[in-house]
Design a protein around this ligand. Structure first.
Ligand code: COA
Length: 260
């Protein structure tokens, strides 16, 4: 059983709530927290009772205000490369999870915080959320996948502007840019995430996982996403949930999916 110093984990009705818990440092991601996120995601992968995860930050002010600058300041060229690769691997684990992962962005999502949110499948922001990639202020660039995922989400021109100016955007602007899926008052944030998660959890889990895989294939170099889709479509047709889903429609009843 993994021990967590910087995360709070709480499982309710099949949803694992992962809370980054360093509120006095605005939940900045130190190396230990990155390691713990990996362990928590491994739990999401391995534990059949977990159907999805919601990631948020402790306190009312920050989701995550970035990688921990006190640790970044110590990096050399060699350690910096592995620092970035380690974070990228953990965030790729989130992105490739076949169980849905939703970011509940409850405040500042800067640098590694914005990157963490972007690695999740969906993002819901509270009205006070602020997004940005301010690394150029530190003589740096994003290192946890931000240059890639921000460009995927908002397009090249706006991604260039946000990363070159270090400007922050508020929740409404993030919504308009397609950086977040929904904006709600802070007190409704987790409720909205649970509502979306429960809707997804009522669908066929295999199909949901394959949607994630196929959408990710758009951004995977050298992968033919159409072929991935055709293979996944065929895989669905071999599942019990496919028989259940189509039978339920024909019999005019609600489908009861088992994940098989
Ligand atoms: N790394 C390490 N510590 C951080 C941090 C980070 N990314 N972001 C905030 N903190 C710490 C501050 O040092 C401060 O600690 P202290 O109380 O021991 O001095 C504490 O969190 C509170 O932050 P503070 O700056 O006092 O809050 P604020 O409301 O005045 O400003 C921000 C909020 C988010 C604008 C500001 O903290 C900030 O710019 N953070 C860095 C953002 C960033 O550049 N992220 C990318 C990193 S690559």
């Amino acid at each position: 059983m993994a021990i967590y110093e910087n995360l709070l984990l709480d499982q309710q009705n099949g949803i694992l709530f992962i809370t980054i818990n360093r509120a006095d440092k605005l939940n900045a991601l130190n190396i230990e927290t990155i390691r713990e996120i990996r362990n928590a995601m491994q739990q999401v992968y391995d534990d059949a009772t977990i159907k999805g995860a919601i990631i948020t930050g402790a306190g009312p002010k920050a989701f995550v205000a970035g990688a921990d600058i006190t640790e970044i300041a110590e990096l050399s060229e060699v350690t910096a490369r592995s620092f970035a690769e380690r974070g990228q691997d953990v965030f790729a684990m989130i992105e490739r999870s076949n169980k849905p992962v939703i970011a509940a962005v409850n405040g500042f999502a800067l640098g590694g915080g914005c990157e963490l949110a972007m690695a999740c499948h969906l993002r819901v922001a509270s009205e006070n959320a602020r997004f940005g990639q301010p690394e150029v202020n530190l003589g740096l660039i994003p290192g946890y996948g931000g240059t890639q995922r921000l460009t995927q989400l908002v397009g090249k021109g706006k991604a260039m502007e946000l990363m070159m100016t270090a400007d922050m955007v508020n929740a409404q602007d993030a919504l308009q840019l397609g950086l977040v899926n929904h904006v709600v008052p802070q007190e409704q944030l987790l409720g909205k995430c649970v509502e979306i998660m429960e809707k997804i959890m009522s669908k066929a889990p295999l199909a949901v996982g394959l949607v994630i895989e196929c959408v990710n294939a758009v951004y995977t170099k050298d992968e033919d996403g159409y072929q991935t889709e055709a293979n996944a479509f065929a895989r669905c047709c071999t599942s019990e949930d496919f028989v259940e889903g189509t039978s339920a429609f024909i019999e005019k009843r609600k489908a009861d999916f088992t994940g098989n």
